[in-house]
Ligand binder design. Structure first.
Ligand SMILES: Nc1ncnc2c1ncn2[C@@H]1O[C@H](COP(=O)(O)OP(=O)(O)OP(=O)(O)O)[C@@H](O)[C@H]1O
Length: 329
């Protein structure tokens, strides 16, 4: 695992999550393997990785919602194994499958959640929540008639009602349109600025780029962690974009043919068509350039060295971990 984060200037008092070599099995399946990770106060920490790579299980263990088989750690200063009750009270959990009552209004839904928590001064708490999450104007609207984005906002309000210090968001915006996703993330950053820490699992690259830090898991192993820029730099990939010189060539599928030609050529580690360009990545920058110049010569193509994107890196890591599955399992 590559750790590329540098946090020397921070003190340990900032740590909200600090786990050391935690493991989880489900039956014979080793789902999380020796996970060590630290999350700081006010940090939005994103978990990425293929389906079933252990993101949700990791997040749940770090917050005392699931007991690790081995390893140890703290969450908000409490022991994740012995003091899970104290942790649970301070955590807000929003899952993809947040259930609200369609035939209750936003206000009634929040009031219901406040009753479940046994909260005092419910009206005041609900009013504050409506105000804080910009839901006041729709307080009387039935939850069932809300768009996906507003439903997510309601789910966030419900998970924040008891004023948790740490939020767990499990693919919170799956199926929500980009504009609503952007609003949701602005809200998360406002909360983080107030000192609330957020652990979020996602498959969306735009969301990954909005996290302060990222962890990439595959087959239960943490492969890399750090800021988006650190994660990209850590893989040391060189990336070229190749375009058709003429728009008419797009219809000829020239790039698909080129992709086949480049497959398994020296220096070429990855080929991905991105819209009207082909992204070609490789670890050995000089060899990659040599190969590209040789193969594209005289084909009427334009090529340009570009910044490697987070998406290029994640695809690369995913393919690599699949190749190394035997070694990782
Ligand atoms: N309660 C459980 N009992 C048995 N197996 C489980 C349980 N929870 C998770 N698993 C298995 O553990 C593995 C990791 O699951 P997990 O939900 O942590 O992955 P994930 O990375 O969050 O996946 P996704 O992106 O699909 O949400 C999967 O193979 C899953 O089927």
């Amino acid at each position: 695992m590559t750790t590329v984060a540098s946090d020397a200037e921070k003190t340990d008092g900032d740590l909200v999550v600090d786990v050391d070599r935690i493991n989880k099995h489900f039956g014979s399946k080793h789902v999380v393997k020796d996970l060590s990770l630290q999350v700081r106060r006010g940090e939005i920490f994103g978990f990425l990785g293929p389906n079933g790579s252990g993101k949700t299980t990791s997040i749940r263990m770090m917050c005392g919602l699931l007991t690790p088989d081995s390893g140890h750690g703290t969450c908000m200063g409490f022991d994740i194994i012995k003091q899970s009750d104290q942790i649970k009270r301070r955590v807000g959990y929003m899952t993809q499958k947040f259930s609200y009552w369609d035939d209750l209004s936003i206000r009634e839904n929040l009031d219901f959640v406040a009753r479940i928590y046994g909260m005092q001064r419910r009206k005041e708490v609900v009013d504050q929540s409506l105000e804080k999450l910009g839901l006041s104007s729709r307080a009387k609207q039935l939850a069932g008639s809300l768009s996906g984005g507003w439903k997510q906002r309601l789910a966030l309000a419900a998970s924040m009602l008891h004023q948790p210090e740490l939020l767990l968001l499990d693919e919170p915006t799956a199926g929500v349109d980009p504009a609503a996703r952007r609003d949701f993330w602005e809200e998360l950053h406002r909360l983080a600025a107030e000192g609330i820490s957020v652990l979020v699992s996602t498959h969306y690259m735009d969301e990954a780029e909005r996290c302060h830090k990222l962890a990439y898991l595959a087959y239960g192993k943490l492969l890399v962690q750090g800021t988006a820029a650190e994660v990209v730099a850590g893989q040391g990939l060189s990336t070229w974009a190749i375009y058709n010189s003429r728009d008419s060539d797009i219809r000829d599928n020239k790039l698909v043919g080129l992709s086949q030609q480049l497959h398994e050529q020296p220096g070429v580690d990855q080929l991905v068509v991105f819209g009207t360009s082909l992204h070609v990545c490789g670890k050995d920058a000089a060899l990659l350039e040599q190969t590209l110049r040789r193969i594209t010569a005289g084909q009427g193509l334009r090529m340009e060295l570009i910044d490697t994107s987070l998406e290029d890196v994640f695809i690369y890591m995913m393919n690599r971990s699949t190749d190394n599955f035997g070694e990782l399992s």
